[in-house]
Design a protein around this ligand. Sequence first.
Ligand code: SAH
Ligand code: SF4
Ligand code: F3S
Length: 436
Amino acid sequence: MSQKFYIETWGCQMNDHDGERLAGLLEKQGYEAVGSSAEADLVLLNTCSIREKAVHKVHSELGRLRKEKEQRPLMIGLTGCLAQQEEEALFKRAPQIDFVLGTMALQQLPKVIEEVQAGRKRVIDTGEYPDNHLFPPEVARRRSTAKALVTIIEGCNHACTYCIVPTTRGVERSRPWQDIVAEVKGLVARGYKEVELLGQNVNSFAGGCTFSDLLWRVSEIEGLEWIRFTTSHPMNFTEELARTLVTNPKVAPFLHLPVQSGSNAVLKRMLREYTVEQYLERLGFLGEGRSKLALSTDFIVGFPGETDADFQATMDLLEAVKYDISFSFIYSPRPGTAALRLRDDLPPKVKSERLRILQARQMELTRASNDAFIGRTLQARIESEGPIENGAWLARTADWRNVHIASGPARLLPLGERVSVTITGAGPHQLFGELA
Ligand code: SAH
Ligand code: SF4
Ligand code: F3S
């Protein structure tokens, strides 16, 4: 009987895709995927450590698995960013872990498992394998058939003072553009019509051409309909890329450009390398095209030393740009980061109140942005395998809005298909529509 595995993944799309790669490696070894940890002989916790909350989730899952392991044989492996960050210390805190595998050593998974099976305790590989990012393209077992995640660059050469990612993902390593084009061609041949190109900072892609060139090369692949990408650092957002985003019909009209704060003093302490004015100048590269795409960002509130005026500057920026969507977080101190040295004496209550104010205003802006679509007919790709709440199917527009499509009970909408939808209503989190 074959061994069964279950992977639980937290964090960003890149970690999600690493989970798909790990699943592919295990299937190659003869393991079989199952739907829950209760059915598995091997559980991988593919972790995130971007904020303290993400780490808590891992430890509570580890606590649950410890009890399971007392009842039956179970191998537990820790992968992802927390594995890379904490290394051996994890075994002390959670002795139920059999192995720790770092983000730059994914391909060592079979070897590490073999060592555990041979009876070795506390097996760890958090080494930096210089060819880890050249992951064989045909291995990954993608979970969604609607959209394929494709990593193009790993690591980050920036040094934002709050951020753990340079520690957990190392310096930038780009895949050669030819490998990426070949992988996407293979995906399209298997029926995928949409890809999302991934990197901690896709704009600094250096796999033999610029990121903008890469988008053009990928867009030439026949049968591919939409290309998405995430994430972009504003300082690497070029005029060339802005032009491509606005003019290439296959590049989905959505830009996530994290600003973090509207205060220059805070941006400086964050070491974001730009001022608000420079950020706005870069948005200006989009020109008239700006109105045709949805704009998204990330904010951190309650960064050490953030005054009322600093926070007001963030609210002013939100008002000036009118983001279609934004993701906002309270600053979370991360081990080993430079921001730990800054005095953080803002009461937690003030931080959560600022977050509440920002999110409430964003909700209104998103609602207004969604309202503008009522009555229009849009293209959207079906992302649910069946009807979700209220019998509607879930689809996503080119500019990343969720649409709930009321289809009527007789109509089956195939996952991954692009359909025309007439928008009949809007809320802060989704549009409502009918097949056109
Ligand atoms: N590479 C991406 C960011 C990845 S992390 C970029 O530079 O845009 C995603 C988001 O998490 C960041 O944009 C930031 O808003 C938030 N974040 C990162 N570290 C954080 C921390 N220590 N506390 C709170 N939020 C954080
Ligand atoms: Fe972190 Fe900054 Fe790099 Fe983004 S650019 S991953 S926030 S260090
Ligand atoms: Fe989390 Fe690592 Fe991604 S810290 S957000 S899983 S790069």
